[in-house]
Design a protein around this ligand. Structure first.
Ligand SMILES: CC(C)CCOP(=O)(O)OP(=O)(O)O
Ligand SMILES: [Mg+2]
Ligand SMILES: [Mg+2]
Ligand SMILES: [Mg+2]
Length: 149
């Protein structure tokens, strides 16, 4: 009886961070990983024992050097993305972060994973967007604080 060995496919948890400046949002062009050459929010995989907020702050610091003073939960999605080279199942936590210094500039600290960062008008986003962000845009998600926030 031949043992059927197969890669165990498990859902993974990603944390994506909205950093807003006026009506613009910070996006980077992903490279060499899932979603290659697409525009994505900074963020990454939840590591063992981390809170959502700790992960968001860590990934933002690692990838952009930005320091944040406040980070809050916005929403979560759970989706199997079939279109990626191999199907990926991600629970994605979306957070919103306020910069300690609103004028602090980002640095692209992981040029091997990100072609470049930039501020993009939410009402005129570049394409193609990384699939978790694309899905949020398609359902009309609004990441900006409402007056009551
Ligand atoms: C796919 C995504 C929702 C979660 C993983 O993000 P990522 O590839 O940016 O991960 P890292 O920043 O941790 O390398
Ligand atoms: Mg990262
Ligand atoms: Mg990342
Ligand atoms: Mg990571």
């Amino acid at each position: 009886k031949t043992e059927k060995t197969h890669m165990e496919k498990v859902p993974r948890v990603g944390v994506a961070v909205f950093v807003l400046r006026g009506k613009t949002v910070l996006l980077g062009i992903r490279r060499n990983s899932i979603g290659d050459s697409t525009y994505a929010l900074p963020g990454g995989h939840l590591e063992f024992g981390e809170s959502f907020e700790e992960c968001g702050a860590r990934e933002l610091k690692e990838e952009t050097g930005l320091d944040i003073e406040k980070i809050e939960f916005l929403t979560v999605t759970n989706k199997v993305f079939k279109e990626s080279p191999k199907p990926a199942h991600y629970v994605t936590i979306f957070l919103r972060a306020a910069l300690s210094d609103p004028l602090q500039d980002f640095q692209n600290l992981e040029p091997d994973k990100c072609l470049g960062l930039g501020w993009y008008d939410w009402d005129n986003l570049p394409k193609p967007l990384f699939w978790p962000l694309e899905e949020m845009v398609q359902i009309g998600f609004n990441p900006f604080p409402s007056q009551t926030d």
